[in-house]
Design a binder for this molecule. Sequence first.
Ligand code: WT7
Length: 636
Amino acid sequence: MGKLIKKEDAYYPDKEFKKRAWVKDNSIYKKANRDPIKFWDELARELHWFRKWKKTFKHEPPYFHWFTGGKINISYNCLERNLEKRRNKVALIWEPEPKNERERVFTYYDLYRQVNKFANSLKEMGVNKGDVVGIYMPMIPESLIAMLACARIGAIHTVVFSAFSPKALNIRLNQTNAKILITADGYYRKGKEMNLKANADKGSKGTKVKKVVTVRRTNSKIKKKKGDCYWDEVIEKQKDYCKPAEMNAEDTLFILFTSGSTGKPKGVMHACGGYTVQAYWTAKLIFDLCDNDIFWSTADIGWITGHTYSCYGPLLNGTTFVLYEGVPDYPETDRWCHIIEKYGVTTFYTAPTAIRMFEKEVGKVKENLKTLQLIASVGEPINEEAWKWFFKQVGKGNCPVLDTWWQTETGGILITSLPGVGPFKPTFAGMPFPGVQTDILDNKGKKVKANQKGNLVILPPFSPGMLRGVYKNPKKYKKTYFGEYGDKVYFTEDIAYKDKKGLVRIVGRADDVIKVAGHRISTGEMENIIDSNNKVAECAVVGIPHKIKGETPVVFVVLNPKKKATEKDILKLITEGIGKIAKPQKIFFVKDLPKTRSGKIMRRILRKFFTGEDLGDLSTLANPQTVDEIKKKIKK
Ligand code: WT7
């Protein structure tokens, strides 16, 4: 294994390191930037297509298309494409949370058969190409099998994070009109048995769901409604082969809901062709996947990282990867170290919030974790202390830290230094992926200078894996992503700057989205949920800094005259509306909220109470006296 060389404020891979890497020098950037469309065109050829595309890139602002005319199936590329060379190679190792249970191991051939069988089951249930199937499942192998089976027959999967509340599930099922929902009886989390089927039932009430398929995981008793069935019962009698649907490159592969500034979550749509190309190539070049690797991404399949790097990316590359059911610090704080040692993990992908938690709980890592070669982070900006701890204690100073920037909307990683090239500079995501053109603009659309903050944008030809729309909401697509700088510039809603060498550092969001333990939560959506209660006159939600979670929500509520409510009531609204992940750190009942003369709530001021920043000029407020009142409340 290679070593890292420190030059000034960053690390670079040495010769040994480059030897193993797919990309060894800068030439790939030069080549890709000369003609990004041709670059992706060449990459796409390495995958299996039933029919080659006619046009590589087509721009119809604000929409764009990749590989039109091409026919592809991602499940074929994940399974058949690997069968010849890797038939009996382990694809997936599943680690259950309870330590007295054994792991389950699937070879590529095992997975192939399971996916085919379940694809046939779906067909038997009447699922057709283009239908939407809901997946509300924990971190178990069947979740991945379900996703791949949908993809195999051309059904569109929409995965809903298992910790989301029934109401959150309900909104997503109703937006997509899913007729089938796949779930599990339960799962284990922190030693507790979670009853998922009960939530699935509550969430599918009042939707078009007519059949719920349940995987037996905890073997707990469930209520069986009309039309419900068990996974093992339907899959058992199915044939081992189901012909893969030949999908148009631009057909929708999946919809994944994510939070934006306002109101309801958006259904981000990803396309069969471009997404496959991007998932394959980013996983390969960024994680340097080769046949000896054991890859572990801790991301839940309910999020995009789980889709692309806990499922599709490693499978497309024929990699052996780990899927872990539970929380990484249960039952011991260093459970995650034991998993790395147990399976000899070479590549570990996790989030800053987990890294900070590990640092706090474990401090000095006793295990030598000597199999690790690459370690990576995603989801929110990683602070310098966490970066350095991760680098020294987990990577033992020998593994590059890849800080990977991307979004639900981008489908795959867009900014990170490549392992064989570097540099790895603490808190900097690094270089855009070859062929990806980014810029940092001021509010007028002018490029900012090095070290100056601005809005991070992505320029044509964007990248093949980026979203193709917002489900049933073209207006929102245009306004959110192509509304800031015209319909040819994708606005990421992130603030960033570049250093002199062009390395990108992400500062944070430009909108009302906060990152709570890596989860993307809209303060606007939380406000809507609280406001919808008739006791509440108005409210404001802001994200404040938190040592482990990065950010955490704080809620300010103004009640209607003569109405009473407790913190518990507000908490209930939020956990029922979204889930426990949005649980506020604090709820304050106040008489009034600071507002401008035009009536705009000044959330910035509310936030500053907690950051210790200067409150600034308050004279423009319509009601400056509220500031003191709130200050006193918080102090108490
Ligand atoms: C937002 C997207 C797709 C990965 C999982 C999150 C923030 C993501 C980084 C990073 C700084 C990051 C951005 C982005 N973010 N990765 N490496 N450094 N910020 O996907 O839930 O759609 O959130 O997460 O603000 O816009 P997501």
